[in-house]
Design a protein around this ligand. Structure first.
Ligand SMILES: [Zn+2]
Length: 203
């Protein structure tokens, strides 16, 4: 379950001099507080989305929110708002999320680079993660590398899920059929990778 919602934190406080309370008429009795409301996921702030303000009278305790401000209070609020430091920490969740996405993308890119390097210089024992034309997943194993081609051993197992490639029965040495092999031209390996037929290389 994802717990999310919004919270507000105080960003400023100022005593308002020269202003009368609209309720009890007391002069210099108003305090203005400003808040920044932010969206959170699991209490980690993601982004701020609303600025709020209230005044409280020290004498009669009346609280007014921004919608109820007189034009005088509004202009004092605008002045105060200009000096409020932006609560940048309220973006921390968004920043963390961006960092996570970037690191996932760069690790996928690194994997892809590594796969291409392995396919450019195949070695006996390399395991290719294969997605067949009918959408099944299986493993191929390079048994021998010749000048222009590689000899591939098929696996006796297939899975309809990519996660099936990690099954221990598929990865066992005995699961590769050694009675027969398929020669594949080295230059076709990268084409198979581009087409998504070879999904990954394990060495
Ligand atoms: Zn008052």
């Amino acid at each position: 379950m994802i717990i999310s919602g919004n919270r507000a934190t105080k960003t400023g406080h100022q005593s308002l001099f020269g202003t009368k309370c609209s309720s009890c008429g007391t002069k210099d009795s108003l305090e203005m507080y400003t808040f920044s409301r932010y969206f959170h996921v699991f209490w980690i702030p993601v982004f701020p989305y609303k600025k709020e303000a209230i005044t409280q009278c020290n004498h009669c305790k009346q609280i007014l929110n921004k919608k109820e401000f007189s034009s005088d209070l509004l202009s004092q609020y605008e002045e105060m708002k200009a000096n409020i430091k932006k609560p940048y920490w309220q973006y921390i969740g968004a920043v963390l999320f961006a960092v996570l996405i970037i690191s996932v993308i760069s690790s996928v890119r690194e994997d892809n680079k590594k796969d291409i390097a392995f396919l450019n210089a195949p070695k006996a024992g390399d395991i290719y993660e294969i997605r067949t034309t009918d959408g099944q997943y299986t493993l191929y194993k390079v048994s021998e590398v010749k000048t222009d081609s590689v000899y591939i051993l098929f696996n006796q197992f297939q899975s309809n899920k990519q996660s099936g490639l990690r099954q221990s029965k598929m990865n066992a040495t005995s699961s590769f059929i050694t009675e027969d092999y398929l020669p594949i031209a080295k230059k076709d390996l990268l084409v198979m990778k581009e087409k998504g037929e070879i999904q990954g290389v394990n060495r």
